[in-house]
Design a protein around this ligand. Sequence first.
Ligand code: ACO
Length: 428
Amino acid sequence: MGNKAELHYDGEVYELPVITGTENENALDISKLRGQSGLITLDRGFKNTGSCKSSITFLNGEEGILRYRGYSIEELAEKSTFLEVAFLLIYSELPTKEELDNFVNEISTHSLVHEDVKSILDGFPSKSHPMGVLSSLVSSLTAFYPKSLDPNRSKEEINGTIIRAIAKLPTLAAWSFKNRMRQPVIYPDNQLGYCENFIRMMFSLPTVAYEVNPVIADALDKLLILHADHEQNCSTSTVRIVGSSHASLYTSVSSGIAALWGPLHGGANQAVIEMLEEIKEDGGDIDKYVAKAKDKSDPFRLMGFGHRVYKNFDPRATIIKKAADDVLDELGINDPVLDIAKKLEKVALNDTYFKERGLYPNVDFYSGIIYRALGIPTDMFTVMFALGRLPGWIAQWKEMRENHEPIGRPRQVYTGSSARQYVSIENR
Ligand code: ACO
């Protein structure tokens, strides 16, 4: 049959082309199926559906492989920097020294945001979750850069929009935290590196001299690399689908931030620490929580466990677990929550419920522990994830536009009432 599959339905045979990716993964192309047979496919949660062809990230969940543009996550996390990885994801190749210098320079010189952003920020109550504030502020960039609303502008203009997004997100993220603390915002410092600048905007005060600890800046840089892209996950698919209506990059990224916020996705890093603290407060009885997670009548899940695609291990979790140990060692922190995490991991990994379902710690299981050690407050954890994921969202949005993807519009199987007559309110 070669590169075709056959579907036998209602006495007819339909040929479905088989598309093969670079890593020999095969897909049935069903794009003409409805026109030919009247059939659609049903796949709740898109568990088995490819929404696009993409050359950005390769992920093999069975073997725990993650590569950006062909480079392994292990090698990038060890040898590269976040902005180098951002360049790689967005422009397809590792930058030369000159390209990287220009990129870094462009980003530092665009890190300031319009002064009016402060008035928008002031309108948010101090209790606002920084993810909500961040999503709104990113969307507000369309007001300051109205030309960005048109995604069909020249390559140079689109690139300007991309640079501004990367340059301004740390400023907006740190300011959303400052709003939470009711502290004055700190302006970016162009002389500092990407992560150093962000840390300074987060933690310094105008009244006190502040020096960024390089251990913290390096750990953050590595975390951002690990989060930079993860192919067609919930937030990235959101960015693509919003962008597919020709909405602007800022609007699409703002929607991506909203999608990332949920505890089943990026919000898991906050939920993990809250869960570990709860276990600690409750006397550290790990078995009790493992039993709760297995109990189908209890909505409790072990946060940071399980992944839609990784069913053996999450390669990012392996890197991050070691990084958590190193950071805690270097900063001389003894975190009892880390001990709970390690015990919980051990118990769950040896439990048949978790083994049978392929539930392993994911990247978020350990990232929260590092963020805590770095002094980042819990409700900023998902903001850190958004900072890391931004280059991936941009690369995916750009690829979607360059490939002229059609508007995203799934179908459904309708299960409601069939046609019926309207009944006036008196007769109901
Ligand atoms: N604790 C207990 N049971 C779990 C967990 C968990 N964390 N995760 C999945 N399961 C069980 C489900 O109850 C289900 O059991 P069943 O087959 O007996 O019904 C089975 O494992 C499969 O789970 P699904 O929810 O169908 O798997 P899905 O691929 O849809 O979900 C998800 C993946 C959302 C990540 C899930 O594992 C989960 O909720 N994990 C906790 C939240 C989390 O850590 N999210 C971060 C993901 S990583 C990221 O976004 C960066």
